[in-house]
Write a protein that binds this ligand. Structure first.
Ligand code: KG4
Ligand code: ZN
Length: 336
């Protein structure tokens, strides 16, 4: 079954052709990063307009790259939630038009489930049930996948997502948006014991995350040092990045280890843009080893937003009977 998938929930316009949820035939991503970098973050209205300009070309490129035409496609899939509402609506409207004009079924896909499904494209043995940890620019969620389409939320970010904290700390250190990857490289060169940051926890909620205090602590440190006349050089950046990353990664691994202590070893799936972080990947490998759990990591190419992951999840949504009509709407927030 060949699926044409569309993703436009944030600042990447993406299209892909995926076969049977497991094989990527072609994936294309048009990134808007250069546009949003001018403003230090994503500007929603600009994102919607940029999606509108790019979407038709990206879809054509994905079909051409797979050496297929629309007639060869069995299903049209689209991210319908969560994300920036105007950005989502661009993809949803385009997919609806395509499904209507071609007479093909339209499959709605939840973005977070999609991130997890990126792993199906590279791990043929991976099947639910498993524990899913999605760490991205907009989301930090610890979930239980009981089946391909039955997710239970165990814990999530109560304020800023991990990627948001990475990007804002990068910005105060003078790095261009999105600064997550640059923070990753800097952290490798820094001293993680230099600054004592504390990612903190939520009273009465063992598995939820809070990263806004950590982000504020970094911003206050940098502002304080600047006011004292300190020049923000690479050594300072590296030490801050290393200390920040150690705190954030510690918060993620401690939640996961608590779960494994209480519930025993099980399969763990990491996903999302921040899943590309080398320090997080290493720490989770160590945690999994310690508890005898099996860890599945997405390849770096499928960590950030893409449509291949939406096509992978769409196959299982279709098998479970999910099908949208032309009244499909987009939702800025929606539980997994
Ligand atoms: O999944 P994604 O593309 O978008 C959302 O669904 O939110 O994630 C983007 C986020 C950005 O915050 C970016 O800075 C972060 O992923 N990111 C990283 C790394 N690569 C991308 N964060 C830390 N380390 C990285 N290597
Ligand atoms: Zn995402």
């Amino acid at each position: 079954m060949k699926i044409l998938a569309i993703e436009s929930s944030c600042d990447e316009t993406a299209a892909a052709v995926v076969e049977d949820g497991r094989k990527l035939l072609c994936g294309k991503v048009a990134s808007q990063i250069d546009i949003h970098a001018l403003y230090g973050g994503v500007v929603p209205e600009i994102a919607s307009r940029a999606h509108t300009e790019a979407i038709s070309g990206v879809v054509s490129e994905a079909l051409a790259g797979a050496d297929l035409s629309l007639e060869d496609i069995d299903l049209i899939a689209v991210t319908y939630a969560p994300g920036l509402i105007g950005a989502l609506l661009t993809g949803v409207s385009f997919a609806k038009g395509l499904a209507y004009s071609s007479g093909k079924p339209l499959i709605p896909v939840h973005h977070i489930r999609g991130h997890v499904a990126a792993n199906y494209l590279v791990h043929p043995d991976l099947e639910p049930p498993f524990i899913a940890l999605v760490v991205s620019g907009g989301h930090t969620s610890l979930m239980r996948a009981n089946s391909y389409t039955d997710y239970e939320l165990i814990g999530c970010a109560r304020d800023d997502a991990a990627g948001e904290a990475f990007d804002k700390c990068a910005r105060v250190l003078g790095l261009p948006y999105p600064g997550g990857a640059a923070m990753d490289r800097l952290a490798s060169a820094g001293d993680k014991t230099k600054y004592r940051f504390n990612a903190g926890s939520i009273d009465g909620s063992d598995y939820d995350f809070t990263f806004s205090g950590l982000k504020t602590a970094v911003i206050n440190l940098v502002h304080g040092e600047t006011q004292r006349g300190r020049v923000i050089d690479d050594e300072f950046r590296a030490d801050v990045a290393a200390s920040f990353t150690a705190s954030l990664v510690g918060a993620v691994t401690s939640r996961l280890e608590l779960l494994l202590t209480r519930e025993g070893a099980q399969n763990i799936v990491l996903a999302g843009g921040v899943a590309a972080n080398s320090h997080l990947r290493l720490a989770l490998k160590n945690s999994a080893e310690k508890f005898g759990a099996k860890l599945y990591l997405p390849p770096l190419s499928l960590c950030g937003d893409n449509a291949a992951m939406i096509g992978a999840q769409a196959y299982y949504e279709y098998l479970s009977g999910a099908k949208a009509g032309l009244d499909l709407n987009a939702y800025a927030t929606k539980t997994v």
